[in-house]
Design a protein. Structure first.
Length: 327
């Protein structure tokens, strides 16, 4: 006679019980090795600054090393795919910017599904955008800059940190839709290279994060034209807003957050989110980031997920209106 079915059934139940108990045990032991923040931008930009600021307090709180891994290229797709290919175990996080919520609408195909393959961990910060120029450009405010663009159609250029990201959308919305001028987009692979290009006179205008432009404006290496927030900023209080420069209601900012593989155990995601929230509240971290032009704006997993979905709906409309494509 063969084996009795009840024995086989009992062994199957025992194996299933062991497997079910193993996953929570792994989550309870988290973390037991180095955690990696993948930044899909080069060093010195806002995403990189945030990741590196968070690494030391998270190292102390979690008891494991936290390293920053810059994976650039493909309008952030290369770094995002690297996280998608990593195990869903909580040891690899992606630091995102608005391009994460824009790429699905400007590319015909991505190697991952933006909403299905990733889960929100935490929103980290938002930062106003600024318009600045090389000091030799004969424009000192928004009115003069737009007049210059009308006088020299198709000659002026604006630099941004990526091919199509939050800065590019903001610039196109302002220049093309509101001001009705033709200014050519020149994308760079990160905020630092874009700033360098304008300071070197290779491009005319810089549309960038306040955190990347404030120091250069203060030092006189760039001339500030306007901030895109609705209110003036503490970092550059004398710089007027676009809204008060003749374009009421116009506002644009970038936001940053952390994502993880969607199959990661929820308890791990919640732990990481909680520790990130605490790290952002630490005075030495908070004060340094605020002085650098970043407005800390923590959201937990559920709230950040809803925020990303609303941003994707908004960006889909903007991309369609502007007819922006990468392929």
């Amino acid at each position: 006679m063969g084996r009795k079915p009840p024995v086989v059934h009992g062994l199957w139940l025992f194996a299933a019980l062991i497997a079910a108990m193993a996953a929570p045990a792994g989550a309870q032991d988290f973390p037991s090795r180095t955690i990696r923040f993948v930044v899909p931008f080069p060093p010195a930009g806002a995403t990189d600054i945030l990741a590196r600021a968070l690494a030391p307090p998270l190292n102390r709180a979690l008891g494991q090393s936290v390293v920053v891994d810059n994976r650039t290229g493909g309008n952030t797709v290369i770094g995002t795919e690297a996280v998608f290919r990593a195990p869903a175990d909580g040891y690899t996080l992606l630091v995102i910017a608005p391009s994460f919520s824009i790429n699905p609408f400007v590319r015909s195909k991505l190697p991952y599904d933006t909403l299905k393959d990733f889960s929100a961990v935490a929103r980290l910060a938002v930062v106003p955008l600024t318009i600045s120029v090389h000091p030799l450009v004969p424009a000192k405010d928004v009115k003069e800059l737009i007049a210059l663009a009308h006088a020299r159609p198709g000659e002026l250029t604006f630099a941004t940190s990526s091919i199509i990201g939050g800065q590019r959308l903001a610039a196109e919305l302002f220049f093309r839709e509101r001001a009705k001028v033709e200014i050519i987009s020149v994308p760079y692979n990160g905020g630092a290279p874009a700033s360098t290009a304008v300071m070197g006179g290779h491009t005319t205008i810089l549309v960038s994060n306040l955190s990347e432009a404030a120091q250069q404006i203060t030092a006189g290496r760039l001339r500030g034209i306007a901030v895109m927030s609705l209110a003036r900023t503490a970092q550059l209080p004398s710089l007027p807003t676009v809204a008060e420069s003749g374009y009421p209601g116009f506002e644009a900012s970038n936001w940053y957050g952390a994502m993880i593989r969607s199959a990661t155990p929820r308890v791990i995601t919640e732990r990481l989110s909680s520790e990130i929230g605490k790290a952002l509240q630490a005075s030495e971290i908070r004060d340094n980031l605020i002085r650098g032009g970043l407005d800390l704006a923590y959201l937990g997993p559920a709230e950040f997920d809803a925020y990303i979905r609303s941003e994707m709906q908004r960006n889909a409309r903007i991309v369609s209106t502007l007819k922006l494509r990468m392929d």
